[in-house]
Each structure stands twice: as C-alpha cells, then as structure tokens.
Design a protein around this ligand. Structure first.
Ligand SMILES: *Cc1c(COP(=O)(O)O)cnc(C)c1O
Length: 499
C-alpha cells in the first residue's frame, strides 16, 4: 500500500526530522539560574552569536533518541543472515558480566597492582584462544579482524626482515575478503591472486606454480568465503613453508570449526579471530570489535606489545621492548591493551559454554546452514555442489530470464521482515547470495525465512519483475540511490537561513 498520510508517519512508525530541524529557538529542557557575570579572559575572542543548539523540551529529546534507537534493525530484533559477518545472538550473560562495576569501571591507566584481576581475565581469554587453536602465542590487542590481519602481516614482514630476505609477494585467493589484499598492500607487499577451481576452492596446481623465492606467504581463509572447507589446506601449508614463506589464515570463519579443528594442526603461522563473530561479542554500533591474533613458534617473537606475563604469582603487562628477553616485537597497534569489554564478553561466552558447548555451537552452525541449503537448493541455484560449512552460497542463475536481480530480491526480502543476506560477495560467484543463519536461530525462524524466499522466487518466476524493481514497499524509505549516497554523501547539516 502506498497512500500518503498527512503527517508522513506510517502508522506508529514516525517520520523523524533531524534534531536541528525540531523545536524552537529559546526553548529549553532545563531551568538553570542565570550565571554570575564573569570577567572575560578570552581577549575579545568570545563568540557573540548564537551557538545554534536546537531548542527542545526534555520529552522531545527523549522521544527523538528513543525513535532513532527503534529505527535500528539488529540481531536483537530479527533474523539477520548476513554471510561472512556471523551475526549471532549476544548472550545477555555476557552483557551482565561486562557491566559489573569491578570490570566496567576499570581505567587503562590504573597502576598494575590495582588491575590484577583484569590482567588475569585477559590472560585467561588468551589461554582459551591458544587451547582452541593449538597455537603457542596470541596477541590480544588488535581491535578488529582487519587490524588482526595487519598485526599478522606485520609480524611476517618483521620475521622476513630478521631473516634479511626481501620477499614481497603475497598470494591471495580470488575469493578472499577485500581486507586481505588491502592488508598485504598496506604492509608493502604486492598481491598475486590465486584462481579458484570449479568446486570453489584454491587451485592447488595454480598455487604451486606461483611459489618462488620472492613469496612472503599466503593469506587463506578457512573455511573460505564460499562457505567451503579448503581440503588441501595441509598441502598448501607444507608447500608455502617449503618455499620459505609463511601461512596467514583469515580466521573470520573459525566459528564453523571451533572445537573440531585446531588451526595449529593445519600448519598456520598466524590467524586472527574475530571475537565479534566466533565468540558472540557485539558488532559495530554495539562493539567495538576485537581481533586477537594467534601465532606459531616461528612468528611468536615478533608479536606486538603489550602482552600479559604471569610470573611469580603476579600479572604483569609488558609494555616496552626493553623488558623482554629474546623477543623482537614489531611495535604496538593501539594506545591501550585491547578491547577489554570484548575480552570479558568472549571469556564469559567460552566459560558459560565450556569446551563441549563451543564444539556443539560450531556443529549447530553448520547444521543450520545445511538445513537452509537443503530447503532452498531446488529453487535457488547453488554456487558449488555438496554440503556447505556455516554459510550457504547461491549464484543468480535461478533468476535468469526473470528480469529480477540479486539486489531486487534482497529488497523484497526486507518487506518480508528480514535483513537481507550478503549480496554480490564473494566476487567469484555471479550475483552471489551468501546466507549464514548461525547456530542461534531456531528451526522456526529458518523455515519462515526459507518460506518467504521461496514465495518470492515463485513470484519472480511468474513474471512479476515490476514488483521487484520497486521493492521495498513497506520501509520508511524506499529504494535509495546507493551510488549517489556513496559518491555524494551529505555529511553536514546546513541551517535553513544559511542556505
Ligand atoms: C569479517 C571479516 C573480516 C574482517 O573483520 P572485521 O572484524 O570486520 O575487520 C576479514 N575476513 C573475513 C573473511 C571476514 O568475514
């Protein structure tokens, strides 16, 4: 239905103006006494015009921010099957623990003797990550997966420099997440792309042909971004090591194998772990994220500062290279010691699940994805044959001849009350739809999503392309010009009278 209301509101979904466009000059939500006159110390530089703050009552302010908060669609409001992002439930126990005063009121500049518990918590979290990956060392400070990649590649660069070798070529499969080649390039490496085979995995022969004495290493995601396990991963590790390079693994998809596969057994030298994916801490607005990096013995000496040392019954935060013995840290990645709030949440998640619970979570994530794949595979075209890991990948072959694109279908999915899946990624698949239900969804919610998608596919097949071109219909804003929004973003509000 597309009739226009007088107010622009749609039922109880209200049209929200910018806060600067609301209220009236001079209106105020508080009643303060006039300040005593003070002698100016600004030498005549004080402002004589209005600051331009909006004039609003307290209820107006409360309503504005409450309504804005309700415009978010998040993992707490509905099904959010973005592939490659792992939008799983953030258990409330994690939040409760993170809000305990002894943890929430910590300050990173407190003296070490007053934060022994916090350092022990970082150490325990590090311990769990090392046990789960089988790796001997971990850097806790990286603030995201992307920064974890930077951390790993800087350690590789430092290790190569220590060997006196000027290897500068990094091999990256063409299905890789964009952060992989970007990180390699940012660290001064050149990126050499490895093609995929018809079954969505690294082409081993092409990889082998690219090895040489200028190769610094490979950046490989496993399970990969097509949602498939790289079966030749051991072979790849052996080959890159034999050629004198290192194996960086993008561990963003660790949630599919936790408790089942130890990355150390795959021959990995460095791997980031997105705590906000695998270990249920919040993403983005509720974040920030956290991307600890585990290291093999070969790279461990180059891991960044700071790190926690447990010695003589005390926890010590090693912050300078001079405090070390035998280590050659490449530097530090951020001002403080990592995302403390995320360590608390991740450790709470790990301890509340236990080793058996984590193993079940990865199993259920893979089971849910395969259930979704099984329900959709007869109507949607599957990108690669066989079972998937934690996410199911489709191409747009099934839309051929309907006049409907992946984007159109995704927009119609919004009207059905779901966040769309990841679209057009990975790039190796035409018109990709990457769907990751995660282990935290029920069969009912996955069924409801599959039913909705199947009904939309039937509609597309019936020739109603026009319907899809105009979707979404029920959102506060309809189809936006995303290119214009990205190219000419309006980032500054200009008052009406200044136009
Ligand atoms: C999410 C993701 C990243 C980047 O992690 P951020 O925490 O978003 O910086 C890298 N690689 C893959 C495969 C990912 O899914």
């Amino acid at each position: 239905m597309s009739f226009q209301t007088h107010t622009g509101n749609r039922g109880l979904v209200l049209e929200e103006k910018l806060i600067f466009e609301q209220g009236e000059a001079g209106r105020c939500g508080v009643d303060l006494p006039k300040p005593d006159a003070v002698k100016s110390r600004l030498g005549g530089l004080e402002r004589d015009s209005d600051v331009g703050l909006p004039g609003l009552s307290e209820p107006q302010v409360v309503r504005h921010y409450t309504r804005l908060s309700q415009k978010n669609f998040g993992i707490d409001s509905g099904f959010f099957p973005l592939g490659s992002c792992t939008m799983k439930h953030n258990p409330r126990l994690n939040e409760k623990v993170a809000r305990m005063p002894g943890l929430a009121d910590l300050h990173p500049m407190q003296p070490e003797s007053t934060v022994q518990g916090a350092l022990e918590l970082i150490d325990s979290c590090a311990h769990w990550l090392m046990v789960l990956t089988g790796m001997p060392a971990v850097a806790m400070s990286p603030a995201s997966g992307a920064q974890g990649e930077l951390c790993g590649m800087m350690a590789i660069r430092a290790a190569l420099d220590a060997r006196g070798e000027n290897r500068r070529r990094v091999l990256v499969p063409e299905s890789a997440h964009g952060t992989n080649p970007a990180t390699a390039a940012a660290c001064g490496f050149t990126v050499d792309s490895i093609p995929a085979t018809a079954d969505g995995r690294v082409d081993l022969a092409a990889f082998e042909a690219k090895l040489g004495d200028d190769v610094a290493g490979i950046m490989l995601t496993n399970p990969n971004t097509c949602g498939l396990f790289e079966r030749d991963v051991r072979k790849i590790a052996d080959l890159v090591h034999a050629a004198g390079g290192y194996f960086y693994c993008d561990g963003a998809n660790f949630n599919a194998i936790v408790g089942r596969v130890r990355p150390a057994d795959l021959g990995i030298d460095a791997m980031h772990i997105n705590l906000h994916k695998t270990f249920s801490t919040p993403h983005g607005g509720g974040g920030p994220g956290s991307g600890p990096v585990v290291f093999s013995d070969a790279l461990a000496p180059f891991a960044p500062l700071p790190y926690v040392l447990h010695k003589d019954g005390k926890f010590h935060l090693v912050e300078t290279a001079s405090e070390q013995d035998g280590k050659k840290p490449f530097g530090r990645l951020k001002g403080f010691h990592g995302q403390m709030g995320m360590f608390i949440r991740a450790l709470t998640y790990m301890k509340s699940h236990g080793a058996d619970g984590l193993r079940q979570a990865s199993g259920d994530a893979v089971l849910n994805a395969n259930y979704l794949l099984a329900r959709l595979k007869d109507k949607l075209s599957v990108a690669f044959p066989g079972y998937c890991m934690h996410e199911a990948l489709f191409d747009d072959e099934f839309l051929k001849g309907t006049g409907v694109s992946t984007l159109d279908l995704a927009k119609a999915i919004i009207d059905e009350g779901f966040h769309p899946m990841t679209m057009y990624f990975p790039l190796v698949v035409h018109g990709a739809l990457l769907v990751e239900p995660t282990e935290t969804e029920t069969k009912e919610s996955i069924d409801q999503f599959c039913d909705a998608v199947l009904s939309l596919v039937a509609k597309a097949e019936s020739g109603d392309a026009e319907f899809f071109k105009n979707a979404p219909y029920l959102t506060p804003r309809r189809r936006l010009d995303e290119t214009a929004a990205a190219r000419n973003p309006v980032l500054r509000w200009v008052p009406k009278n200044a136009e």
